[in-house]
Design a protein around this ligand. Structure first.
Ligand code: AKG
Length: 275
């Protein structure tokens, strides 16, 4: 994943040549990195407005009581199906250049979640967890998150807490270790906070009088099942040859039966070279 290695007293040493190399190095070593100024103030305002509207609509549809029962109040899960703005966010060039370096060019979207953390609300994600909740580590990154910061992540607004390096171990450290080594991510609106899907993290407490909003994405290697069946949702609605089609999983669908498997290899629903 790193640009190149040089010899350092007989040991390999990472060499970085540009800002992107440094971001990749931070994700590799610490498990996270922040890129600032990806969205403008106007774009953040627009996204904030859209998130509030989606949040209200889902309360109308499911009721707040039901969403609380499911620990799903304040999490919006189908924005890209409803609004092309969020489809474009999935393919944001700043995000894609990092995703393609870390996961590869065949990475697919695992989830896109809007987050609206109301003041004084104990978020169900306010406990340390992994978004890619596995009890093993691989020698390649399997899942990478890209969270657009819409409202400032500060001490007061409850910016995400991370425990650097925990993406490299299959074991979850003790509560004492987590609390003693956690670092709060402080980031301006418009930033993107990247983190390895295995990194232990939690939402902070929002002690302001305004919501803290964000849009989280997770990208994985294409053989990993998605949180929602995006490929099914978009199957007859988009150009199958587009980048968006590949990223939402339309190039890595298992054939539905033997007849669909026994087509010419270049017509397979799980396309050659996807990995
Ligand atoms: O709201 C946050 O800061 C973190 C949210 C979170 O933990 C998640 O989406 O997995």
């Amino acid at each position: 994943m790193q640009a190149s290695l040089m010899n350092f007293f007989g040991i390999n040493r990472t060499v970085i040549e540009n800002e992107l190399d440094y971001i990749l190095e931070c994700i590799d070593v610490k498990g996270y990195a922040v890129i600032e100024k990806v969205l403008s103030t106007e774009e953040c305002e627009l996204v904030a407005e859209k998130l509030d509207k989606f949040n209200e609509q889902q309360v109308e549809k499911y009721t707040r009581e039901r969403l609380n029962q499911l620990n799903d109040y304040g999490v919006i899960r189908d924005m890209l199906v409803e609004d092309t703005y969020f489809r474009n966010l999935v393919l944001h060039p700043t995000v894609m250049q990092v995703v393609e370096k870390v996961i590869g060019e065949t990475a697919i979207l695992h989830l896109q979640n809007g987050i609206v953390l109301d003041p004084d609300l104990k978020h169900h994600q306010a406990q340390f967890h992994r978004d890619f909740s596995k009890d093993f580590v691989a020698d390649k990154v399997l899942a990478l998150n890209a969270m657009f910061v819409i409202d400032e992540f500060s001490e007061a607004s409850g910016g995400t807490w991370v425990v650097p390096g925990t993406h490299r171990s299959s074991k979850v450290p003790s509560d004492r270790y987590l609390e003693e080594h956690a670092i709060q991510v402080i980031a301006k609106p418009g930033s993107v906070f990247f983190f390895d899907g295995l990194l232990l993290h939690k939402a902070g407490d929002n002690r302001t009088n305004k919501p803290r909003r964000a849009v989280n994405h997770e990208y994985t290697r294409p053989f990993i099942k998605q949180q929602l069946d995006y490929a099914g949702l978009f199957k007859n609605k988009i150009d199958h040859e587009s980048k968006f089609a590949q990223v939402i999983g339309l190039w890595s669908m298992p054939p539905k039966d033997v007849a669909e498997y026994r087509v010419d290899p270049d017509k397979r629903t799980y396309r050659k070279g996807q990995g």
